[in-house]
Design a binder for this molecule. Structure first.
Ligand SMILES: [Zn+2]
Length: 112
């Protein structure tokens, strides 16, 4: 019942849930609303993240997840809820100049 209510709530507020896909190798094409993580899944060693820019411009964004080569982002996956968050926020300096957080599997837009 709770699940149905949450689904209805998400549906009516048009909040798009994004999904995390862990992979050993990035696919050739990327789908909207999916965050792809490349790395050694077995040992939870993640290298890069790629996804379609959520603003709709269609560009593919790449985040470095390896902390020894900055700038890098940290990925936090909650084992209980499976929700994921990136830290810090993602700010594009070129083209669409989108600025957003990915927190609890949702895109939170920043108004600069
Ligand atoms: Zn964009």
């Amino acid at each position: 019942m709770k699940k149905i209510l949450r689904w209805l709530c998400d549906f009516f507020t048009f909040k798009k849930k994004i999904r995390l896909v862990l992979t050993n190798e990035f696919p050739r094409s990327f789908k909207h609303n999916i965050i792809y993580i490349e790395g050694d899944i077995k040992i939870k060693d993640y290298w890069y993240s790629k996804f379609v820019c959520p603003c709709g411009c269609g560009d593919i964004l790449t985040l470095n997840l390896m902390s020894d080569s900055p700038p890098s982002w940290s990925l936090d996956i909650n084992q209980q809820t499976n929700h994921f968050s990136f830290h810090p926020s993602i700010r594009r300096k070129i083209k669409c100049k989108s600025h957003f957080w990915i927190t609890n599997s949702k895109i939170i837009w920043c108004r600069d």
